[in-house]
Design a protein around this ligand. Structure first.
Ligand SMILES: Nc1ncnc2c1ncn2[C@@H]1O[C@H](COP(=O)(O)OP(=O)(O)OP(=O)(O)O)[C@@H](O)[C@H]1O
Length: 615
């Protein structure tokens, strides 16, 4: 008998799940149409799901059908425990119990959008998933074996070493991507698998192949499958065990796929010509019935009402009877659904180690792009020419120190601001499936950032420092280098925090620009007379502290420079240093930068925590 994956690898005592859901209602607050900018917005509730019920047992495949916008994805998310529960009512049980640590681990969810790391190959994608999602009790070889098994069973052998690809990178085909997506869930051999439109956008042969594979997985492994499908072909239709037909969020049919046509004939709706049964059902759920109905003046709304009444009369009583068997005490309101803590399959160290390896593999394509390196090299060479051997031109040197401060803060901030928003869907998907702790992901991500954050500034400073004739001794160079690294790490943390907080590049880059420009102008380089009431503001910005430290390292308050004729003036009298007290509070600035470095990362970490959370 064919089985999917090696079921010995991942089965727990709770190997089969019967899913029951009763009277599921979901409402979303919407702004009232009548509200204007002058009136207080009136919040109205839109009913998205209206009294949906059903059940599906191991070895069965339940398919939700309905027109676009009828609520299929919303219901699937609710059943998978992925919907904000304050707006959700009704009862959802897994083996007559609410969702918990134990059964959450046995649930797989394949979303409509395939989300991957585009540079990883098909094998690497499944390999890292296996390492992270299969329990520590398995050896690495057993996990690799499981990944290879899934590749064979899903017919992915030919594209095993092809990269997945993405919007800008050509990769494997849409059907292959979809199979990888499904494979990622099948790897853990879930007892209950949810799939949102697994066949959308695929040709009918590929769709048929995927459905056959899913049906075999259901039957041979005794798994429970729930999926949404937009418009199945007639070949697919006859593969479904159970159907839930939705119309505007309301149920119009729940029962065996093969009984559907007879049921609708029984309540007065039959297709006029031989047609794909799913086309007929979709027409009905859109309120489009026979020519006769139209002749009788029955509008789509009347047809829908008739169908809903027929459901309440004929199907709901059977379902209600079935649910009666369930002890009232055992009916758990969905408000309990998200109150669970996940237990982890793998240790923190395993997660960190695997994520680090995956990050390095994925990022080697982006970290040192020719473009980034070229950008830094051009600026380094240009700066070296402009500030060439400027030791006698103190004002120029101060200008250079200010330029280095601002250039690196801007450069790094705008690189790192993209990091989390661009991975948002990926983090949410992986966190939602309980793949790893956020702390292990975050730590590996921070470590992966280091080569980029250390190497380019180092090369830049080596070139510019010696070409421009800054203080030519090694200790001063290293001190300048350490301050530059602090500056870079703070700017990196700030970019990560802004990205993670807003997850919207437009907002994050706008705020990043405001902060950087503020950092530039409050450091005192451009303005000498700052009102005392606001002069403290400079302490809040990375630009001031970095600039102050750079100047402190290069000059002391007794240093002078030639300021016209043979006169010499004190460096501290320069207007560009008006806000900086040389040799005072140097260590406070170091401390401030260290605090900013930690605070920004903590902020980014806590902002990321909300991703992949259901509440
Ligand atoms: N977060 C939301 N905010 C506003 N409206 C929402 C939200 N989620 C769902 N809806 C609305 O709920 C209805 C059902 O959406 P849902 O995505 O579940 O439909 P669907 O049947 O899966 O559609 P499709 O087949 O096009 O994916 C739609 O009218 C949709 O606009």
């Amino acid at each position: 008998m064919a089985t999917f994956g090696n079921s010995n690898f991942s089965r727990s005592p709770l190997s089969d799940i019967t899913l029951k859901f009763q009277n599921i209602e979901y409402q979303l607050p919407t702004k009232s149409k009548n509200s204007s900018i002058f009136s207080i917005n009136k919040v109205e509730k839109k009913r998205i799901l209206k009294g949906l019920s059903g059940h599906v047992s191991p070895g069965e495949l339940l398919v939700m059908l309905g027109p676009s916008g009828s609520g299929k994805t919303t219901l699937l998310s609710a059943l998978g425990g992925r919907l904000a529960n304050q707006n959700l009512t009704g009862s959802i049980t897994y083996n007559n119990k609410p969702i918990s640590n134990l059964n959450k681990r046995k649930i797989g969810f394949v979303t409509q959008q395939d989300t991957f790391y585009p540079h990883l190959t098909v094998f690497e994608t499944l390999y890292y998933t296996a390492l992270l999602r299969l329990p520590n009790s398995l050896t690495k070889n057993e996990k690799v074996e499981q990944a290879n098994l899934i590749i064979n069973q899903l017919g992915l052998t030919k594209c095993r070493n092809g990269i997945i690809g993405g919007t800008f990178i050509r990769g494997v085909s849409g059907g292959e991507r979809k199979r990888v997506s499904i494979g990622q869930e099948m790897l853990v051999n879930p007892s209950l698998l949810f799939l949102d439109e697994p066949t959308s956008g695929l040709d009918s042969t590929t769709a048929q192949r995927i459905m056959t594979m899913l049906k075999e997985f259901t039957i041979f492994n005794n798994r429970t499958l729930v999926m949404t499908i937009h418009q199945p072909s007639s070949r697919l239709f006859y593969m479904f065990h159970k159907i839930l037909l939705l119309s505007d969020g309301s149920p119009v049919y729940f029962g065996k796929g093969t009984d559907a046509i007879n049921y609708f004939a029984g309540v007065g709706f039959s297709p006029e010509i031989a047609m794909n049964p799913s086309d007929f059902l979709l027409d009905l759920s859109n309120g489009i019935a026979s020519y006769e109905e139209v002749e009788n003046g029955n509008t789509t709304e009347i047809v829908k009402q008739k169908l809903m009444s027929a459901y309440v009369e004929n199907i709901y009583p059977i379902l209600a009877e079935k649910f009666k068997e369930q002890d009232n005490q055992n009916i758990h309101k969905v408000s309990n659904i998200a109150n669970f803590e996940l237990t982890w399959c793998t240790s923190w160290w395993t997660q960190f180690h695997v994520l680090l390896k995956r990050d390095i593999k994925e990022r080697k394509h982006q970290a040192f792009t020719i473009f980034t390196t070229f950008q830094v090299m051009v600026i380094a060479i240009l700066s070296s020419i402009l500030w060439w051997q400027s030791q006698t031109r103190v004002e120029d040197q101060i200008g250079l120190l200010f330029f280095i401060t601002i250039f690196w803060a801007f450069f790094v901030l705008f690189q790192s601001i993209y990091a989390f928003p661009s991975k948002r869907a990926m983090i949410a998907k992986e966190r939602m499936s309980g793949m790893y702790r956020l702390s292990s992901y975050f730590t590996s991500s921070m470590i992966c950032d280091l080569p980029m954050n250390l190497t380019l500034p180092t090369i830049f400073l080596i070139i510019v420092y010696w070409a421009s004739g800054l203080k030519p001794d090694v200790v001063t160079f290293f001190a300048t280098f350490l301050v530059l690294l602090l500056n870079v790490l703070v700017a990196d943390g700030l970019g990560l925090a802004l990205g993670a907080l807003f997850m919207d590049l437009r907002i994050a880059t706008t705020l990043g620009t405001i902060i950087m420009v503020a950092s530039m102008i409050v450091s005192g380089f451009f303005v000498k007379h700052v009102p005392t009431t606001i002069s403290w503001i400079k302490y809040l910005f990375v630009g001031y502290h970095t600039f102050k430290l750079f100047v402190d390292i290069q000059f002391s308050k007794t240093d002078t420079y030639e300021c016209g004729g043979n006169d010499s003036c004190l460096v501290t009298d320069l207007s560009s240093l008006a806000l900086i007290k040389l040799d005072v509070g140097t260590w406070w600035s170091v401390l401030a930068l260290l605090l900013m470095l930690v605070a920004c990362r903590l902020l980014a970490y806590f902002a990321l925590k909300r991703l992949g959370k259901v509440n």
